[in-house]
Design a binder for this molecule. Structure first.
Ligand SMILES: *[C@@H]1O[C@H](CO)[C@@H](O)[C@H](O)[C@H]1NC(C)=O
Ligand SMILES: *[C@@H]1O[C@H](CO)[C@@H](O)[C@H](O)[C@H]1NC(C)=O
Ligand SMILES: *[C@@H]1O[C@H](CO)[C@@H](O)[C@H](O)[C@H]1NC(C)=O
Ligand SMILES: *[C@@H]1O[C@H](CO)[C@@H](O)[C@H](O)[C@H]1NC(C)=O
Ligand SMILES: *[C@@H]1O[C@H](CO)[C@@H](O)[C@H](O)[C@H]1NC(C)=O
Ligand SMILES: *[C@@H]1O[C@H](CO)[C@@H](O)[C@H](O)[C@H]1NC(C)=O
Ligand SMILES: *[C@@H]1O[C@H](CO)[C@@H](O)[C@H](O)[C@H]1NC(C)=O
Length: 660
């Protein structure tokens, strides 16, 4: 008898190992293994992340599933369906996204948050011995991992660089049109992932919750998963946060080996937390307590009042007494709302470091503008900031993007700039294939940006430190002139005044080494970033590129090493072909190195830089030669950049982190 029970339990165990199918309509009592930020809410939602920044969460089914009958065999077909919702903390700016994962272990240790999605770290990304298969639902655009946009689904094999990806959406069965879906809209969405082991076909399909499964998958790919999937794998989810964060929820999940996955029972899925108390209920409550004869009238009044309130709320903004001085530069929120048809996604130009940028057309003047929505957490310092912004609006220079004005709402500052039709320089520099930007155009842009920066540093009545000079902050106007943009970060201080020391802001890869010690921005730290910018334009690559071999990863180090070897010209953008002026190119490369000299005192000032670029004075600086003979008294580049690179999670976005 005992033996029988033993055999039965053994058989049962084996069966659960091989079959392993499950359906969770909500996760109450589910056998999951959670770590990091992941938690089950009391009503049975699986919440992968919360508002903790730079962190991650994993949730795996505790039982491994058998994906192969033997290690040489093909992968058994599988299919899964789940419902998720991504709720960003700020409606304008989502966190990093999440992924459905197959992993040989349910402990994903030593993985990084942010764009690594809690799946990999800087060393094992792309390593074939990861045995990780994932489908990512990514809500930020990270150039480092070749993301296509900030709202996509991708198939990832041992790497965050997707084998195949597509903007989120579905093909409608009715009219065959592709309809976009915004992953981080907060609305629940349903996903089907199906793999046919025999034909090695993988399909990923997405739709809004409650809609039938679209016939045409969003992604369909033929992939031999035999070498990626091991005999036994754990299935689950991984999600991460960065500077920005979203709540990532899974509402229900069903998994099936070798068959068609059962559909979820949508009516029994747990409810997402309510962010607003529904005003519908209030109207109902009022009407019950009133005599029927009056209720119609009251309901009409309530409806009208609600409409006004909604309208008011929609267009509500913050205006305080001190702002009256800045009235001329103030836009009403309604004006901007209309200019962008309600900040519709189709008017989105891109996501910058601190918020989203929209294109708009001002109704009365028909002027095209770029509208940047910047989220900020506290009200402190806003007054100071607005004062700065407005005075920056008085800056007039042909190499600066004109700031037209601002608007303020709760927790949000909106900046209105003149629209630059040719967008930003990095789009031209880092695009695939042949570059459309000739050397003469590049040199022209460089000289323009230098003159813009000189104006900020020395030629205006106050010193303006830009703080975030880089190719993606150089915008191109209708005539392809380079103009420095994004003064959102710039802070002013009077000539001779004490620089701000509260925050360190800028972008990894462009930060002068002394900033990590002092957090004190100076014109000289701007010059450092300008030096990196020069190298970017001449070499046609980003300052830090993890896809490159170790000794080429950091642009400055690589150019410097080549210069020491006497091969500096070999670092030029090879897409230029033979069409470049060697003297100019060499000047730009060497000047780039000099400007990004590790010692602040060794960097030239912008006036000198402009003279050098215009050939008014020759570049024959003894300091340059000191760089060649690797003097140990120098602050080493390698050290500072290794430090910068330890902020791997921060990607190429501008960032702001508290200093002392
Ligand atoms: C969950 O699964 C693990 C691994 O099979 C098992 O040891 C554990 O007892 C299960 N827990 C529950 C509550 O079923
Ligand atoms: C997020 O979740 C983790 C784990 O449940 C918890 O320790 C942490 O306090 C939470 N953070 C916030 C800001 O609620
Ligand atoms: C990355 O993860 C692997 C394990 O997957 C680990 O061996 C390695 O040490 C990690 N690297 C870092 C830098 O944490
Ligand atoms: C795609 O998948 C294969 C494995 O099937 C892998 O070797 C390759 O590096 C992947 N990545 C890309 C970007 O194609
Ligand atoms: C994937 O989609 C294609 C096209 O709709 C379909 O023919 C194929 O059967 C699907 N495969 C799986 C595994 O669902
Ligand atoms: C799939 O990959 C496995 C392992 O690399 C290989 O043995 C098998 O022949 C491949 N199957 C096909 C159909 O190419
Ligand atoms: C779905 O869930 C609802 C509510 O829990 C239940 O009444 C209904 O029978 C379920 N339907 C199916 C097909 O299981």
């Amino acid at each position: 008898m005992l033996l029988k029970i033993f055999i039965y339990t053994l058989l049962f165990k084996l069966a659960s190992l091989t079959a392993g199918d499950f359906t969770y309509n909500g996760f109450k009592g589910a056998n999951l293994s959670l770590d990091g930020l992941a938690a089950l809410t009391p009503n049975g939602l699986l919440r992968l992340t919360n508002i903790s920044k730079h962190d991650q969460g994993h949730a795996f089914s505790s039982v491994p599933l058998q994906f192969k009958r033997s290690s040489m065999d093909t992968v058994i077909s599988f299919s899964t369906v789940f419902v998720f919702s991504v709720v960003p903390e700020y409606p304008m700016y989502g966190g990093h996204g999440f992924a459905f994962v197959l992993s040989p272990s349910m402990r994903l240790l030593q993985t990084l948050p942010s764009y690594y999605l809690g799946l990999f770290n800087a060393t094992n990304n792309r390593d074939p011995s990861n045995y990780i298969f994932a489908v990512e639902f990514d809500t930020l655009n990270n150039a480092e991992v070749a993301d296509i946009d900030d709202n996509h689904v991708g198939i990832d094999i041992n790497s965050l660089i997707s084998n195949k990806s597509a903007s989120a959406g579905f093909t409608s069965d009715d009219d065959g049109q592709f309809k976009n879906l915004r992953l981080w809209s907060g609305e629940p969405m349903q996903v089907w992932i199906e793999y046919d082991g025999l034909n090695m076909q993988l399909n990923v399909t997405l739709s809004s919750l409650g809609k039938p499964k679209p016939k045409i998958p969003l992604l369909s790919s033929t992939i031999n998963l035999s070498s990626i999937i091991m005999d036994h794998m754990y299935v689950g989810f991984s999600a991460s946060t960065g500077i920005a964060y979203s709540y990532h929820y899974i509402l229900g999940w069903s998994f099936m080996m070798n068959g068609k996955v059962p559909e979820l029972n949508i009516s029994s899925l747990p409810q997402l937390p309510q962010t607003m108390t529904s005003s519908k209920d209030k109207t109902k409550a009022i009407s019950i307590w009133l005599p029927v004869s009056l209720s119609v009238l009251v309901l009409m009044t309530v409806a009208a009042a609600r409409m006004i309130m909604v309208r008011k709320k929609r267009f509500s903004e913050l205006l305080e007494d001190w702002e009256l001085d800045f009235e001329l530069h103030r836009f009403s929120y309604k004006q901007l709302y209309k200019a962008t048809r309600g900040f519709k996604d189709e008017y989105l130009l891109g996501v910058g470091g601190f918020g989203r940028v929209y294109k708009g057309v001002l109704k009365d003047t028909k002027v095209e503008v770029a509208i940047k929505r910047v989220c900020h957490e506290s009200r402190q310092g806003v007054r100071e900031f607005v004062a700065e912004i407005v005075s920056l609006g008085q800056l007039q220079h042909r190499n600066l993007v004109p700031l037209l004005g601002y608007c303020r709402r709760e927790g949000e500052l909106i900046l209105v700039y003149e629209y630059m039709p040719n967008r930003s320089l990095d789009k031209f520099l880092f695009c695939e294939g042949k570059s459309t930007l000739s050397w003469s155009r590049r040199f022209w842009i460089i000289k323009g940006v230098a003159s813009g920066l000189l104006y900020l540093h020395e030629d205006w009545d106050r010193v303006v430190i830009h703080r975030d000079v880089k190719a993606s902050n150089v915008l191109l106007d209708g005539d392809m002139n380079g103009r420095l943009g994004d003064f959102g970060l710039a802070r002013l201080y009077d000539h001779g005044g004490v620089p701000q020391t509260t925050h360190l802001a800028g972008t990894v890869g462009y930060l002068a080494p002394e900033l990590f010690r002092t957090c004190r921005v100076t014109t000289s730290s701007d010059v450092f970033a300008f030096g990196v910018f020069l190298l970017e334009v001449a070499c046609g690559r980003r300052p830090i590129d993890r896809e490159k071999a170790d000794n080429q990863e950091v642009l400055i180090d690589w150019v410097l090493a080549n210069w020491r070897k006497g091969t500096i010209m070999e670092t030029r953008d090879e897409r230029l072909g033979e069409e470049y002026v060697a003297e100019e190119l060499e000047l730009v490369l060497k000047l780039g190195l000099l400007c990004s000299h590790p010692l602040p005192t060794a960097r030239p000032r912008m006036r000198r830089v402009t003279h050098l670029l215009h050939g008014d004075i020759p570049l024959a600086d003894p300091l340059l030669n000191q760089l060649i003979t690797k003097d140990s008294t120098f602050v080493k580049y390698e050290g500072s950049n290794a430090y910068a690179m330890s902020f791997t999670s921060m990607s190429s976005e501008s960032l702001l982190f508290s200093g002392r």
